[in-house]
Design a binder for this molecule. Structure first.
Ligand code: FAD
Ligand code: SF4
Ligand code: SF4
Length: 477
């Protein structure tokens, strides 16, 4: 085989076999060996115009760390990764790798395994560093919600020297990332990431709910100079059909959180998950693992191709003894007190809608009744704005989280900002943008100029020297 041939052979990471992996929550995807990582990285063309970097919502310099891994320089690859990505240990397991979709090698069906190489950089590289804050400022900032958006904003602000307090209604931090099942992320990744925050003036106040215990306005009154609302979409959505509140009907988010926290969860013998996104897919896979003897089905109103779930997730789920039902839309749940059956309208594909996605329309008089004793609702979540004042003018987008309606995620109330995101890395990108706006706002208040992101490893070794042909990072510290 020539070097040119090997460029078109993607090295896949080892994967647990379906029969064994559905017996428990062991991690499904494993890591490369050092040698495998180097070989996979050597496939990268080190493009002068790196579409991979541009496609990453936080413009992670993935081309740079791939080049370093290719050379076996794992310590430098780890440092480069962490320099711009404080949740990299989390993202190397769960990111939907938008970079790989844009990789020029995807055209040949073999995109570089950019996310797995991030994992290799962090597993084999010793970054050995904690983030270093700039000179302290006296303008304290409050962040409401400790999900990826809030944590990223806190990182950006702490780096610039602002003291930050993060208020979180749950006992644990991490937001929806804490609902990601352990077979994809064993759950200590976020803690590893947060250990690098230790030198920051950062306080977490958990079990405190905005709208109940305090409000953005009360925080401003208490002396916080700015507030970032990053409360995500944590309220269960329902399709609005008869029977949806019967016994045995469980919201997917609560179900997944409870399983991750080790709380007791009782499922029946015939489980139906309603929905087609990643939360629905995680729900069927989790139900499969905790109820080995049950039938587990997933019903979605569009086709597999139109499903919002990631291809990787669906591919991994298919051999896990799940009954997929595509083109089924729920119309009612039947039962006296507990659910006994779910009735669906058969759908068919219609012309594309405004977004370019194929729409669906009902097939007249075609229904399917699935007998069941448990229904897990995974039809989308939205923000709970109970107790938030209308003066903020928060707008809730189609995906459910609140955003400020002014540029830079500013709300109608001076000093209050709001944002979130549809994936961990999108939420982080939103947190960055909000933090930049907050910095500009506070700088103007203090009569100084806004700060670019300082070098987070100011006291560490110098940034790496890159391989020949490398045209420099897209983001420059
Ligand atoms: C089961 C599941 C699997 C997922 N898998 C992936 C994946 O593999 N990859 C990926 O990239 N994304 C995944 N996501 C999506 C990703 O987790 C979210 O897009 C991301 O967490 C959103 O970040 P956020 O900070 O905007 O909001 P959230 O993560 O929702 O964080 C908001 C935080 O605010 C808190 N909060 C809410 N209301 C209040 C209040 N009133 N007062 C105080 N605190 C409050 C919440 O408790 C929460 O901690 C998954 C989501 C779920 C549910
Ligand atoms: S954070 Fe995600 S999108 Fe960005 S480079 Fe890493 S895997 Fe790719
Ligand atoms: S797009 Fe990025 S990952 Fe893909 S070959 Fe080019 S530089 Fe490498």
């Amino acid at each position: 085989m020539t070097a040119a041939d090997s460029r078109y052979l993607r090295i896949e990471v080892p994967e647990e076999r379906p029969k064994e992996r559905i017996a428990d929550f062991r991690e499904v995807l494993h890591s490369y060996t050092r040698e495998e990582a180097m070989l996979e990285a050597q496939r990268c063309l080190q493009c002068a115009l790196p579409f991979c970097v541009e496609a990453c919502p936080i413009t992670q310099d993935c081309r740079g760390y791939i080049g370093l891994v290719a050379d076996g320089r794992f310590d430098e690859a780890a440092r480069l990764t962490l320099r711009e990505n404080p949740l990299a240990t989390t993202l190397c397991k769960v990111c939907y790798h938008y970079c790989e979709d844009a990789c020029v090698m995807k055209g040949r069906g073999v995109p570089i395994a950019i996310r797995h190489l991030k994992r290799a950089a962090l597993e084999f590289g010793d970054a050995g560093l904690e983030y270093v804050p700039s000179a302290p400022k006296d303008q304290r900032v409050a962040v409401i919600g400790a999900g990826p958006a809030g944590l990223m904003a806190a990182w950006e602000l702490c780096l610039r020297g602002y003291p930050v307090t993060v208020f979180e209604k749950q006992t644990a931090v991490g937001g929806q990332a804490g609902a990601i099942p352990h077979y994809r992320m064993p759950n200590h990744e976020l803690l590893i990431d947060l250990q690098r925050f230790q030198r920051f003036d950062l306080t977490f106040v958990t079990d405190r709910t905005a709208g109940v215990d305090f409000t953005p306005e009360s925080l401003l009154d208490e002396g916080y100079r700015a507030v970032f609302v990053s409360i995500g979409a944590s309220k269960a959505g329902y399709p609005g059909i008869p029977g949806e509140h019967l016994g045995g009907v469980i919201p997917a988010l609560d179900f997944l959180y409870d399983v991750n926290q080790g709380r007791p969860v009782v499922l029946g013998k015939r489980i139906v998950v309603v929905g087609g996104g990643d939360v629905a897919v995680d729900s069927v896979r989790t139900a499969r693992r905790i109820s080995p003897g049950a039938t587990v089905a997933m019903a979605y109103r569009r086709t597999r191709e139109e499903s919002p779930a990631g291809e990787e997730e669906i591919r991994e789920t298919e051999p896990e003894r799940i009954d997929f039902h595509w083109l089924l839309s729920p119309v009612r749940l039947e039962g006296a007190e507990r659910v006994e059956a779910a009735v669906f309208q058969q759908m068919e594909l219609a012309a594309p809608d405004a977004s370019g996605r194929r729409a669906v329309k009902p097939v007249p008089d075609a229904f399917l009744r699935l007998e069941c004793d448990t229904v897990i609702m995974a039809v989308g979540e939205k923000a709970d704005l109970t107790g938030f004042s209308g003066a903020l003018g928060l707008k809730i987008g189609t995906k459910g989280w609140p955003e400020g309606s002014r540029p830079g995620y500013a709300t109608e109330l001076a000093g209050v900002f709001a944002a979130g995101g549809r994936s961990v890395v999108h939420a982080m990108a939103a947190g960055t943008k909000a933090a930049e706006s907050i910095d500009a706002y506070l700088a103007a208040k203090a009569g100084r100029s806004a700060l670019p992101r300082p070098d987070p490893f100011a006291e560490g070794p110098p940034p790496p020297v890159f391989p020949e042909g490398y045209s420099g990072p897209v983001w420059k510290p």
